[in-house]
Each structure stands twice: as C-alpha cells, then as structure tokens.
Write a protein that binds this ligand. Structure first.
Ligand code: HSE
Length: 355
C-alpha cells in the first residue's frame, strides 16, 4: 500500500518528520516494506505535496525529492525554487486537488480557535483523506466533531504527537491499557516550563532560560502558550475528552501558568525539600470529569518532582494496575516528527487488518 503524503505546514515539526523519512528511507523499506510476515509489511510512502503560507508550496504527483526540499528550506527558508512540480497551491487546494491520501496537518497551533487547522482537517476528512496531526488546537477543541467526521468518511484521524510528542501517551492509554479504568491522569505536560523551572532552580534567570528553550525548539511560537499554561491546558483537554470520555471546554479547566512563580518561591521550596512543577491533571469526581493546570509544590519523593529539563511524564491511576507512569520527551523537532511516523505505520497496520 502506498501512502501519498501532503504536508500542510513545513515548520519545525514538518521538517523534523521529513528528515526522519529521508534518513530512515532504507530502514523503513527493509523493515516495513518487505514482504516478510509482519503486521506492517507492504508499507510504501511518497511525499507528493508541501504547502506552507511562508515557505511556499510545491506539488508533484510522482513524489518529491526530500533531500532537495530539506536543503532548499535550510539554505533559503523557502521551497519555491524546487526544480520541478506545480507551485503556489494554498492549503485547501493542496488538500483537495493533489493525489494525496494522507494529510499531515502541522500548521501552527492556535489553542483558542483551533484554526486554520480545524478547517484543514474537516476539508481533508470530508474528501476521504486520512489525517495525521500534531496540532493540539483542533483535537482539544473539536475532537468529537472531527472523529465523527472521520468515521462517517471511513478514514483515520491520528494525533499521537499532541500529548508528550512522540512518547506514546495516547497509544498507551487508548490501546495498551484498553479495558483498564483510569481514575486520574496527572503529569508534566509542558517541556518548556519544566525546563525553565529546572534551570531556575540552578539560579538562572527566567528570560535567559526561556530564550534558550525557544532556540532548542521546545517552545511554542508565542511564549504565553507555554508559560501561561495554555499548551498544558490543551493537553489536559485532550486527555479529558479523548482518554477519559469527557466533554470539557477551555473554560472548564482551571489554569495557572508559571509566570507568577518567582525565583524566591523556587528557592524557598528547595529549603523545604520540595520542588515546583507545572502539573496538568484530569480526574473523575462522581460521573464528572475535571481538569486543572497549575504549579504545585511537590515533595522530592514524588516521582514527578524528579523529572527534570524538557522531559515530560504522565501517571495513570488505574483500577487493576495501580499506577502506570510513562516518561519521555514531550517536545522537539525529531521527537514530535516521530509521532507522525508511528501514526502513519499504525494507519497502515489498521488498513491491512481490515482487508
Ligand atoms: N511547547 C511545547 C512544550 C511543545 O514545551 O512542551 C510540545 O507541545
């Protein structure tokens, strides 16, 4: 089966995924494309289109050369001068009119409106194209509507990278833990703020560390999204609505960021053998699902207190297994790019299973 990919957006995550496809081309062919028996065999892919409002767009039915595209974008910041193909198609035209069968939606997240990603995803699903996104806005704000649309059109909507980037938090809770009752999910859901808090504990200033996080590619385009807790809130909404079956909206989640947490708060906590962490939490209260994002002063013997840097962690409190914790990267170019590859291989496995 050949997956023809169209990228909507070619920023950090899109380029990270393209680099992975380029670097792992032979590995993917040998491991997943080979005829040897495996749940994934027969996997083939081609990137046919990329459309980005700043970097330009290119479409080539037979497939694009990723190596050329990646060096173009690195050297010029644009893809317009690619050696062949059709240029200038916007996102909607690219979704509808290319021969793509999987849309990779990696436009920037807008947590308050979910746009333009919601429109991109609706257009793709209505045109019977599978969608993989790492964009938190649409899943946090419109999960039910979008998943119904995917079902009605017989296509997949996958979004592993929206929570903990490539660390498989959603696949773990939805697939590996199927059948378990989850009472609470609690964790560190934002790498930038965890990095800032960790570095501030070493005596560094907030501004210096924020700039570094932005340079390292952890931070969102607008720093408020991280430091005011919006990014963590989006992930809490996704966990609440996708994993816990809730129907929560932004205003249902109590949200406090880290901008009010001062160096002296951090140092004072240290003298008490405690540590501040921005904790995202979803829990059941009777039949209701509740959620919050706020800095919490944790005892050092709390597992989450010992998760430092940009690393994320999530603890699921369950009935039959007690606590299950997953820890791993929660942000970054390759880390988030990888989540798209795992979603794509899972779509392939599921499609094969239905044939
Ligand atoms: N800005 C986010 C973070 C990226 O720092 O965790 C992943 O959503």
């Amino acid at each position: 089966m050949k997956y023809k990919l169209a990228f909507i957006g070619f920023g950090t995550v899109g380029q990270g995924f393209a680099e992975i496809l380029q670097e792992k081309k032979e590995y993917l062919k040998d491991t997943y494309g080979s005829p040897r028996p495996s749940p994934w065999n027969g996997f083939e892919f081609e990137v046919v289109a990329i459309s980005d409002p700043i970097k330009g767009s290119v479409y080539k039915e037979e497939g694009l050369n990723l190596k050329e595209l990646l060096s173009l974008v690195k050297e010029t910041g644009k893809i317009d001068s690619y050696s062949s193909g059709i240029k200038g198609w916007d996102s909607i035209k690219t979704i509808i009119s290319t021969n793509s069968n999987v849309i990779i939606e990696v436009s920037p997240t807008d947590i308050k409106t979910g746009e333009p990603a919601i429109t991109h995803i609706k257009t793709a699903l209505s045109n019977k194209k599978n969608v993989i996104t790492t964009n938190k806005g649409p899943i946090a704000l419109a999960y039910k509507e979008l998943s119904n649309l995917a079902n009605e059109n017989g296509v997949f909507l996958k979004f592993e990278g929206t929570v903990l980037s490539g660390t498989p938090a959603l696949n773990l809770s939805l697939e590996a833990l199927a059948g378990i009752k989850i009472k609470e999910i609690r964790g560190i859901l934002n790498g930038t703020t965890n990095y800032i808090l960790t570095e501030m504990e070493k005596g560094r200033t907030y501004d210096e560390v924020l700039k570094e996080a932005q340079r390292l590619g952890y931070a969102e385009t607008k720093p408020d999204a991280d430091v005011e807790g919006w990014d963590a809130l989006a992930k809490v909404l996704i966990l609440a609505n996708v994993v816990m079956g809730g129907n929560l909206k932004i205003e249902d989640i109590q949200r406090t960021g880290i901008t009010g947490t001062t160096l002296s708060d951090i140092q004072e906590a240290k003298t008490e053998n405690k540590r501040y962490k921005l904790i995202g939490k979803v829990w059941k209260e009777g039949v209701q699902i509740k959620g919050s994002v706020k800095p919490e002063k944790l005892d050092l013997n709390d597992f989450l207190a010992n998760v430092g840097g940009a690393t994320n962690a999530l603890t699921f409190s369950t009935d039959d297994l007690g606590e299950v914790t997953i820890i791993g990267p929660g942000a970054g170019k390759k880390e988030t790019g990888f989540s798209i590859l795992t979603d794509l291989l899972n779509i392939h496995r599921l499609l094969k299973g239905t044939k």
